[in-house]
Design a binder for this molecule. Structure first.
Ligand code: C5P
Length: 314
């Protein structure tokens, strides 16, 4: 029996712009993704059988074939039948710390960990781009989760360009435990509400504006200008999620009133994050939010930018 334990970090979106729809039903995006050190631990253990099994300690995560981590293992068994025959299946144990249905890529990073872990366990010697290509078959955020750090993600979100590692800013993450947002719902609602007006604008003009806006964020990152990064945070999905979930909008307002470097919803939400320079500022902000809102349903985490994607636990 052989085993590996992997650390699977969450991500936040410093920038998420929807450029339009795609023939495959997805949306064409420009995103800046950032890993944070809030992470799950994924244990993979050869089980001496031909049956992949998955188990998670979180009640909302399914322990069956619909789990994205299971699907990653199944994909590997199909892609590498010889290695599967030689080494057999694995038991996947997910120790959840990343909130579920939160816009933090919790499921995607678990799947990325299974791909990286099985590459090691089955001695496949895959390159990172090869693992990312497999990841893209499972979900748009999986390729980023493999490498992590700071990256520009385009296309569906699966085309990646690594960006300069940023100084390790601190992040306060806030989420109501009982709230989760369906990602397909957020994108579909955005499409219904905004696409028609959007398409009426001359393409050249729209393209120029997009370039200016995302270009400013990329410049701020290139200069490691934390104040500018905080100012330029952007997420188009806020336009639909905040109006449907007033509690999420309220979280962001309360963060903003306390003047962090910046505050934004991550991905399709409902997690809202705020950036600070120091851990003390982040802790103070978290404490202030906790006592101001005083709701046992509210969860807060103090985390930090991470330069790591999936890695083997020490
Ligand atoms: O790729 P993934 O399965 O993680 O995406 C979840 C859902 O998010 C998709 O089913 C789709 O509704 C939406 N999505 C999108 N455009 C993207 C990425 C995701 O519409 N570029």
């Amino acid at each position: 029996m052989r085993s590996y334990s992997l650390i699977a970090p969450a991500k936040i979106n410093l920038y998420l712009e929807i450029l339009g729809d795609r023939p495959d039903g997805y949306h064409e995006l420009v995103m800046v993704m950032q890993s944070v050190d809030l992470a799950d631990q994924i244990d993979l253990r050869s089980n001496g059988t031909e049956t992949m099994r998955v188990q998670c300690d979180h009640p909302l995560v399914p322990n069956d074939t619909s789990n994205l981590a299971y699907r990653a293992a199944h994909l590997m068994s199909q892609q590498f039948p010889k290695a599967f025959a030689q080494f057999g299946a694995v038991d996947i144990t997910i120790h959840k710390h990343i909130p579920v249905g939160a816009g933090l890529a919790g499921g995607s990073t678990n799947a990325a960990a299974v791909l990286v872990g099985l590459d090691l366990l089955w001695e496949l010697g895959l390159t990172q781009p090869e693992i990312q290509e497999l990841g893209a078959l499972l979900g748009s955020d999986v390729p980023f989760c493999v490498t992590g750090g700071t990256a520009l993600a385009t296309g569906r979100g699966e085309q990646l360009d690594a960006l300069l590692d940023l100084d390790k800013l601190y992040v306060v993450l806030a989420k109501y435990r009982s709230l989760s947002v369906s990602t397909p719902w957020a994108y579909q609602t955005y499409r219904q509400q905004f696409e028609s007006s959007y398409l009426r604008e001359p393409t050249v003009q729209v393209n120029r504006r997009r370039e200016v806006r995302s270009g400013a964020m990329l410049t701020a990152i290139a200069h490691r200008d934390s104040a500018q990064i905080g100012q330029l945070l952007h997420n188009d999905l806020e336009k639909v999620v905040l109006s449907h979930y007033p509690k999420v909008a309220d979280l962001q307002k309360r963060f903003r009133d306390r003047q962090p470097l910046g505050t934004m919803m991550s991905g399709s939400g409902p997690t809202v994050f705020a950036l600070t320079h120091t851990q003390a500022e982040a802790q103070q902000l978290s404490d202030q939010m906790s006592s101001a809102i005083a709701d046992p349903d509210l969860e807060l985490w103090v985390s930090q930018f991470s330069h790591c994607g999936i890695h083997v636990a020490q």
